[in-house]
Design a protein around this ligand. Structure first.
Ligand code: 13P
Length: 280
């Protein structure tokens, strides 16, 4: 069932676990994620970056594909179709009109006042249509969609201001996590994470979920993280499996066999993350 993220994230916050957000890149990944999470009987968030949306043809293509897969594969778990790092109101409107059930508006490159103004516009449009909204305070660093940026950590004061002025449903405070693999040990500000979680009634989101050691994921969940975004690790896992398949089957040419050779590895990685996030 396609749903917004409200109930699944509130349940996660109350139950002290994190709902997995996996980024999707094509039909096959979407199918693997849905099948595996359905088998595990856990809710899942399918994240779509602007770059991935462009790659797959657009938000209408993706909404149609996800709805079709849910129906044809008889998926019974709650599935949230979510824009990851929507950069402006127009992107979020397009996705919502196409049938997305959740959006992230990432106006974190602007000053707080402008971030609040843009986020509020998105919330007004989304909430009228029963779509949930995630926003970002501070700035998550690293590389995503081939764009590299630096980290600015969030403060409690800015998080409170943005929440109170906009009525967002979840918040991604930048607290040292980065997109892509980490250089050395991640340096997450757990203390501020805990303080923000205690001060705000909404679920918190951890971006840059790839490559964070297990004990730090445990700590993040204990500090109130209710949704964890994973992209790079699935990409890395899939690429390694496909590379190995092509190396051992140099004459393979059927795209179903080539792309599909990453299926088992992706599904295994999903299960590993779900257990780590205590979703199951
Ligand atoms: P990773 O690519 O580091 O897993 O981060 C994913 C993410 O945060 C998507 O928003």
């Amino acid at each position: 069932m396609l749903v917004n993220s409200k109930e699944m994230l509130i349940k996660a916050k109350e139950g002290h676990y994190a709902v997995p957000h996996f980024n999707i890149n094509n039909l096959e990944w979407t199918k693997y994620i849905l099948e595996k999470c359905n088998e595990l009987n856990i809710p899942v968030i399918l994240g779509v970056s602007e770059g991935a949306a462009k790659y797959m043809g657009g938000f209408d293509v993706i909404a149609g594909m996800v709805k079709g897969l849910i129906k044809d594969l008889k998926i019974t778990i709650p599935v949230c179709l979510h824009v990851d790092h929507g950069s402006c109101l127009e992107t979020c409107v397009k996705a919502i009109d196409a049938g997305f059930t959740s959006v992230m508006i990432d106006a974190s490159r602007h000053e707080l006042e402008e971030n609040i103004r843009i986020t509020k516009e998105v919330v007004d449009y989304a909430h009228e249509r029963d779509v949930t909204v995630e926003a970002e305070v501070g700035h998550i660093g690293g590389t995503e969609d081939n764009v590299t940026s630096s980290i600015t950590n969030a403060t409690l004061e800015d998080c409170q201001k943005l929440f109170e002025a906009t009525g967002i449903d979840s918040l991604a405070p930048a607290l040292g996590s980065v997109h892509g693999f980490y250089k050395g040990e991640p340096n997450l500000d757990f203390e501020t994470m805990k303080i923000i979680n205690e001060a705000l009634p909404i679920p918190l989101v951890l971006h840059g979920g790839s490559g964070i050691p297990d004990y730090q994921i445990d700590k993040a969940i204990a500090c109130g993280i209710s949704k964890i975004n994973v992209n790079t690790e699935l990409q890395d896992t899939w690429s390694k499996a496909v590379r190995q398949f092509l190396n051992t089957n140099p004459s393979a040419y059927d795209p179903r066999k080539v792309i599909g050779s990453g299926e088992a590895a992706i599904k295994e990685k999903i299960e590993e993350k779900v257990r780590l996030f205590k979703t199951k």
